[in-house]
Design a protein around this ligand. Sequence first.
Ligand code: IMP
Length: 429
Amino acid sequence: MANVTVIGAQWGDEGKGKIVDWLSERADVVARFQGGHNAGHTLVVGDKVYKLSLLPSGIVRGTLSVIGNGVVLDPWHFRDEVAKLKGQGVEITPDNLQIAETCPLILPFHRDLDGLREDASGAGKIGTTRRGIGPAYEDKVGRRAIRVCDLAHLDDLGPQIDRLTAHHDALRAGFGEAPIDRAALIADLTDIAAFILPFVKPVWLTLNKAKSEGKRILFEGAQGTLLDIDHGTYPFVTSSNTVAGTAASGTGLGPSGAGFVLGITKAYTTRVGSGPFPSEQDNDIGQRLGERGHEFGTVTGRKRRCGWFDAVLVRQSVAVSGVTGIALTKLDVLDGFAELKICTGYRIGDRSFDYLPAHAQDQARAEPIYESIGGWSETTAGARSWADLPAQAIKYIRRIEELIGCPVTLVSTSPERDDTILVRDPFAD
Ligand code: IMP
């Protein structure tokens, strides 16, 4: 079966938008399976730039797009994003966009709580996107969430709202905040329900039907493996499982549906928000990577932290997500460096590691062990075949493959969709 699951193999922002857009043209269905509108996927199509946070990227090309149950959905943001894209000429109807009935809702007090906690945490803050993602997932696993299907039963929602608001009012009181205005919440939900409900479907059925008809499904991961709630740099992570396995649980298709797992990684490393980053270059090198790579967050506009490629972390991501092939992005940002470094291990005190240990303090103390490789002076921007690449750039890619134990099956050399070197077509497998 020719399905493809695209996931980030670093801390997010690996350039998934372009790759997903490129693949979505040949997919029959594109599905999001985790996260929410904390994601930021930029698509450049011709002379138009589309910025998506919540909607699957396939929507821009009219491909059937599905928001799976693993996503947390802010219904007001959904309405705004639909309006913004429609304003750019994208057609969005219940015929090409479906939302899972079981998606938990992100409500205004989730956003409040996210911000209140961040503000109260001082130097220990996570650096979240403040969009209420974490608090919404907490209510999901706490079995208190209001879900998309509840919007069709607002009259029966009283006891559920009581339970949810009682929980949040206690938390809010701790921050000196006023209780939730219950009547206003119900009025807002009633208002938004009319907009959301036409899109709501049992998407697990849609996907299983598509699978049985031999259709091509593209699963679009958000964030990256190192932000995974279980496998990432906890607690400096997002609140969902970002690994490829979530494509199954986050949509209801089952584990055999994931297909080819395409891990996206930049040719260097970036991270937004707080947390360990062993190969970070808080110096001229990081500055140069950030400027050349335009490293500012799509969602929050925050400057991204930049550093050398960390082969240890990507090797770990390849393992925990079962990555079949790597898409290497932003190679051109490394053009002109006389010397490049690759992190191949860590030293923590007098011990060395070939993986990132789990404990936050060990992660914070991990010192990178580097190997150096000569850079190249030519430009790789816009390369479309191996023959267009300088020999040193090919050597760099080959070394990365060796270190991470996974083949590079695609190289992206500019935001333009055609500036891509395709080694192996993931849909052809
Ligand atoms: P949250 O997902 O808003 O709770 O943020 C938790 C962590 O994940 C923070 O470090 C964010 O910067 C990071 N994060 C969330 N979404 C993205 C993304 O799409 N790209 C990169 N980092 C993200």
